[in-house]
Ligand binder design. Sequence first.
Ligand code: SF4
Length: 352
Amino acid sequence: MPLELLGATWAEVERHAGAAFGREKGRGAAAPIYRDALRQGTFMPERQGLGAAACMRWREQFTCTLPALRAQTGEPAEHGTVVKTLHGLADGNTIESVSLPMGRGRTSLCLSTQVGCARACTFCETGRQGLQRNLTAAEIVAQVTSQHARSRADTLVFMGMGEPLDNFEALEQALAVLTDRHGLGYAHDRLTICTLGPPAGLRRLPALGYRRLNVNLSLHAADPALRARLLPGTARQPLAEVRDAFAACRQRDNQELGIHWCLLPGINDRPDDVAALATFCQGLGRVMIHLIPFNPGSLPITRAPTEAEIERFVGWLRAAGLPVRRRITKGRTVMAACGQLASAEPAARPSR
Ligand code: SF4
C-alpha cells in the first residue's frame, strides 16, 4: 500500500522508506521528498538525482494528493484580502478553507475537518448539510499545503466545516504532521482547536501532550435550554461536564481559554445571557470571550447585529468582569465568514 505523504509524520515516512529501499538509501532521499511534499505539494523523486527505475519505485511506495482547486473567491478586508478556497476531493466531495489577513502581513488559515457536520448548529451553513464523511488527516493537512505553496499561513484554526473532535483520530494525526519539524513545522501555539466541547473529545486533548495548543469552546449560550436549542448537537452534553472537561484543557497556569460567542440579535444578546456566561466562567481561570457578530447564511435564523448592539453587549461583558475580544467580520459577502462555509460551488448556493 503506498503511503500518502501529506498524512504521514516524518518518522512514519522514514520507516516506510527504510522498509522499501533499505534504511540508509531510503533515508537520504526521503527527507527532501517529504519536505517538498508538505511545503509545496510536489512529489518529484527526480529532483533527488534518482534514476527512472528508482523514481518509479518511489511512486509505487508513496503518493502526494493535493485537492483540486475548484473555486476561489476574495473579499477586501482591513489588512488584505479574505480568500475562500473550494477544494475538490478525490471522491467528488468538496470542502472550504479560508485565509484571513490578520494585520502586519500575517495570515490565519481556517481549516475544515469534515465534509458537512452532524452537529446541526442552527446558525451554521455547514450544519444544514448534515455529515457526509470525515476528512482524512491527509485531506486536513492538504488544505495547509495548498496554501503554503502560495504563502505560508502564520496560524491555523480548526474552525471551518465540521466539529474537529468528532473526527478525533484524523485530527490527532493532522496535528502530528503539521507540527513535524521535517515538514511544515508549526509551533504548537500557532494552532487553535475550536470545538462545541463534546466532553469525551475534550478529555482526550490534554493526553496528546501539546502544552501550548490553543483550545476555544464554541459556547454561544450558557443557559442549557437555549444552548440545546441553538446547538442541537450538544443537547446530550451536560454543560457542567463540558465546563469541567474544558477547564482540564488548560496545560499551563497562565494559558488563556477562549470562549466563542456568536452574537445573535434577539436570541442570546440579553443581560441574562451575560449573567449566565459570567456564572459559567466562574472558577475557569484566565478566559477570553471572542465575540463573533452573526453572519447570515442562506436561511438565517436572525439578522446580523448592528454596531450599537455589539457595543452594548461588549459593555455588559466588561461590566461583568469578562475580558472580550471583538472579532471583526471578514468575508461575509463571499460567504467566507464564521458559520457560512459549505460544500457547494458559489453558483450552486441558495441566494441569501
Ligand atoms: S458551527 Fe461547527 S459544529 Fe456547528 S454545525 Fe457548523 S461546523 Fe458543525
